[in-house]
Ligand binder design. Sequence first.
Ligand SMILES: Nc1ncnc2c1ncn2[C@@H]1O[C@H](COP(=O)(O)OP(=O)(O)OP(=O)(O)O)[C@@H](O)[C@H]1O
Length: 618
Amino acid sequence: MSWLHRDLETMDPSIFMQYSPPTAGLPQESKLATYMNHTTSTPTRSLNQALGKLSLESSPTAIRKVVITEFVPMNYYSQPVPCQSILPESPESSSPSTLSAVPNTSQVHQENVGGTTYFYSTNSDSLNTSGALNSSASIGAAEACLSGQVGAASPYATQIYSGTPTHMGPMTSKAGLAASFYMPETIRSEIYQRIDDVYLQPDLRQYPDLPENVEMYSELTPLEGIAPHSIATSYRAIHRQTGEHYALRRLHSYSPSVTKRLEMWKQIDHPNIVKLHDWFTTKAFGDHSMVLVYNYHPACVTLMNKFLCGGPGNNVSDSNGAFHDPFSSDPDAPRPYTHQKNAMLRAVACGALLPEAVLWSLLVQLTAALRAIHTAGLACRGLDPTKVIMNGCRVRIAWSGVIDVLHTNANDVAQAQQDDLTALGRLALSLACRTIHCDNLAASMELISRTYSADLKNLILYLLSTSTARRSVTDLMPMIGARFYTQVEALERRADVFEDQLAREIDNGRLLRILIKLGAINERPELNLDPSWSETGDRYMLKLFRDYLFHSVTADGRPWLDQAHLAHCLNQLDGGTSEKVELMSRDEQSVLVVSYAELKHCLEQAFDEVMQAAAGGP
Ligand SMILES: Nc1ncnc2c1ncn2[C@@H]1O[C@H](COP(=O)(O)OP(=O)(O)OP(=O)(O)O)[C@@H](O)[C@H]1O
């Protein structure tokens, strides 16, 4: 830095280029000359204006000293240039409409060293004060979306990544920066599974008998793997207008007369109950079917499939809950001898019993669902492991209201609610023993008392009790006790992880938007019939920046790839900071020293042009 300043003061004035007219000293074939000649509507017009104003006497003292190094990638961490954001002083100053009103007093000094021309912005604060440069300007809705900016830019916008909040503890799954940029594997695979489920469509030609459209729904695919039964069939379908997925439950040859309860079910909106959206009757299937429309939850499995019949980690039983003997010559032969007890003991021996915390989590969620249903004056009528679905840690009661449609004369809601509690007890018992064959209550309870806490045993006994005393779902709360808090804490921790991931993805989104803009501008063959558009004016700076970003090489000519450097530069650009960057022309004859604020403005101007051209239509 100091050598440059010293040299500038002692340098022969003849080595400086001519200042007026501004581009007189530039080789006209240089792309930089076209940049210097470009329209005066951008902040870089100040380059031209300032060049005219500069004098030899005044420039050296006004020069902001910039280190000029060899054109090898810089270690940006050690750059002494302060990393200031251009946060506007007041919210008003960030308004896009202030863009043209902001005076731009930037001045540029140019210098030729050894045949290479360097251009410096001499007023580091000029662009720094321009909050407007940070705004997405007056571009259309799509650009507003691409700009991804809501309100004023924050100093945070210039950071690579805010870091893991201390309450999250250290990220141990992946080392270094990778941990900051990528999600933990569990979340990723859970989300990929759901995305796969939604987007990997089965071939619809497999189902030639299914109607193409049923009311507003199309692309029906059966949800069951096995042949549909005669009373009801489940499908996944897409709403033709919104493109959203729904789960349809078709009741064959059924036309109900009473739908009051369905209207009540439609009102229930609970995180542990699959929401009923709509219902209609249709002849699309060749009969008088009734179709109930529910939210579709991707990658769901029933509790039956997950825990009770050969789901992951439970390969010891078949779909009937019959355990197999892996040591038998015929491992598929069910063993009739003390079958239930065998099954349970085998589950214990295989370590297949569920941890108690998992059982409580399921019970808390299911009692919450029942509470909502009973409070609404309804009953679940048919809570069984094939009708409770699960994805991630969430369980939901599926196909709510179907039984109400099938049995319209079942009016004793109070009794049905008692039956719900008994069904929940049976479900808890099955989950605890990991078999649906729990008819031998004594043997099952013996296993439970040996394996689990007395609280769990008492809860199940209460739910299964046949006493005449009326039971209520609210009575379960004291039995759940402090485990409820454990569940809340677990959910809050999960929310912490998701919030942390969300923060990272917001950062990734910002960088993607910047890359999209750069990609739309760089190397564009022509714009508005101008084949040199992407190579001239502001776009030339962006081209050089793209080269700097992606095509830097080491001193011995190898590609220099450093994701952290890339992310840093893109963040500086997004933040429009006053940090300077050296851009070199491909012929290595010119070096441009520009701030990210200038680059950002160039980017927004150029992208605005592309957007306007796109909006102009053919
Ligand atoms: N709302 C939903 N969103 C996504 N998948 C669901 C939804 N409801 C149920 N499923 C899935 O659909 C599949 C079929 O459910 P369904 O209740 O039809 O099963 P089934 O065992 O064939 O029962 P039934 O014989 O009563 O039709 C199950 O694997 C379940 O995970």
